[in-house]
Design a protein around this ligand. Structure first.
Ligand code: NAD
Length: 437
């Protein structure tokens, strides 16, 4: 059986495998690739928290800054019992690539705390969030490293974290963190930005593949922030959302679901339920219950993993029937699972493109915080749309031009930009006079 050390090793190694493959096809120099194999800085902290019953618990947290050549590092903070250093390193690496994919001036970072937040009271959660910031305050800042929400962290938690950092600095510092409540300097449109960015990618696929939304059956794994928003946007356009799931399992109905009703039920009961709601009255609709594993293998036209990493692996990739996958979760497909999908010509819009709407609007939030001038929602949507469409098409064309899969094309696109920035600082070719100064 693999030890936890082994599995920790694997996730970051998996990310590096992809780096190596894509680097061979891009214009990046070997030396730049060598730098990307090593995160710039890693911080591990202990967070002692007084629990409501008077006892003390010490939590472990991490913050990894992967690369800051293109700008301050950027990346979410995750609360989850399975958080480990290798996962945080891999997620930080993906953030470096993701920011380069969409061309925003950031490097990559990530943070995480080993905790099951569902077991904490609201006050314990606040103490933990402030305690984590107390421990990492010297490591982050508006010009160095800017955190954001990730799995099981949300706008309220970002608000506490910004407030704690501001207290330590004795200066109101909204630009230290993004994904805050709008009343504390958050951007309009940040709440649904990840789902909306993925939706814009799907709309480009619709145009390219001449899809009729009503004919497209969609399955979504994960019904949290990102999953709910993409479901609602697609449903509004007539797409048939036939299956959704959360950590406890899912529901399947070939005729499709009314998404607003599912969201209402999830908010009220914290469970995915097959219902139709008229106002506050919800009635059960006929549907099958399915496991998360079954959802992935459904006969659908579009599969959207929007939960956790490592869901599509060498063990189940061959059984996946969807011809198109749009990855909203970070790292839902392992590299050996990916090889199976590529071999059977499944089109995968990769995470570093499909879920980049979140970090793009986080960038808009940071810009607005620094300027002290806030944009209307329409402006956020228009600017996000322009970036997603531009980068989706650049990557799609690169895929066709080089006859490679879309994930590799996205990495090549990112590495070209990162490589250009690293090379602008000088590499051994420059210092050994191989190229003109
Ligand atoms: P969230 O905490 O709001 O929701 C996560 C959802 O996944 C919940 O419905 C949870 O029940 C479900 N889930 C957890 N474990 C599961 C499992 N094993 N199988 C099926 N469902 C499971 O998180 P989110 O913000 O929606 O993030 C979801 C994914 O999208 C993550 O991989 C995250 O890294 C990625 N992502 C989120 C953002 C963002 O801005 N929210 C940005 C980029 C990427």
């Amino acid at each position: 059986m693999p030890t936890s050390e082994d599995s920790q090793h694997d996730l970051f190694q998996d990310a590096i495998t992809r780096l190596t493959t894509a680097a061979a096809l891009s214009e990046i120099e070997d030396e730049a690739v060598q730098r990307l194999r090593h995160p710039k800085a890693i911080l591990e902290v202990s967070i002692p928290i007084r629990m409501d019953d008077g006892t003390l618990r010490v939590f472990t947290g991490y913050r990894v800054r992967h690369d800051d050549t293109r700008g301050p590092t950027k990346g979410g903070i995750r609360y989850h019992p399975d958080v480990n250093l290798s996962e945080v390193k891999a997620l930080a690496f993906w953030m470096t690539c993701k920011c380069a994919v969409v061309g925003i001036p950031y490097g990559g970072a990530k943070g995480g705390v080993i905790v099951n937040p569902k077991e904490l009271s609201p006050l314990e959660l606040e103490r933990l969030s402030r305690g984590f910031i107390d421990q990492i305050a010297d490591f982050i800042g508006p010009e160095t490293d800017v955190p954001a929400p990730d799995v099981y962290t949300n706008a309220r938690i970002m608000g506490w974290m910004m407030d704690e950092f501001s207290k330590l600095r004795r200066q109101r510092t909204p630009a230290v963190i993004t994904g805050k409540p709008v009343s504390l300097g958050g951007s309009l449109g940040r709440d649904d930005a990840t789902g909306r960015g993925a939706y814009f990618c799907i709309k480009e696929l619709e145009r390219l593949r001449k899809w009729q939304p009503r004919e497209i059956r969609v399955a979504i794994q994960g019904f949290g922030n990102a999953g709910q928003h993409v479901a609602q946007l697609l449903h509004n356009d007539g797409y048939r959302i036939v299956a959704v799931s959360d950590s406890r399992g899912g529901v399947y109905r070939p005729e499709g679901f009314d998404i607003a009703s599912l969201i209402q039920a999830k908010n009220e009961t914290r469970q995915v339920k097959a219902v139709y709601c008229d106002g506050s009255v919800c009635e059960a609709v006929k549907a099958d219950t399915i496991s998360n594993e079954d959802l992935l293998e459904l006969d659908v036209d579009l599969l959207i993993p929007a939960a956790m990493e490592n869901q599509i692996t060498a063990d189940n990739a061959a059984n996946i029937k969807a011809p198109v996958i749009v990855e909203i979760a970070n790292g839902p497909t392992t590299s050996d699972g990916d090889a199976v999908l590529v071999a059977k010509n499944t089109l995968v819009v990769p995470d570093i493109l499909a879920n980049a709407g979140g970090v793009t609007v986080s960038y808009f939030e940071w810009v607005q915080n620094k300027a002290g001038y806030y944009w209307p929602l329409e402006e956020v949507h228009t600017k996000l749309h322009a970036i997603m469409v531009r980068e989706f098409n650049a990557i799609y064309e690169l895929m066709l031009k080089k006859s490679i899969d879309m994930r590799t094309a996205a990495y090549v696109h990112a590495l070209n930009r990162i490589g250009e920035a690293i090379e602008a600082q000088g590499t051994s070719r420059y210092f050994s006079n191989e190229i003109a100064k």
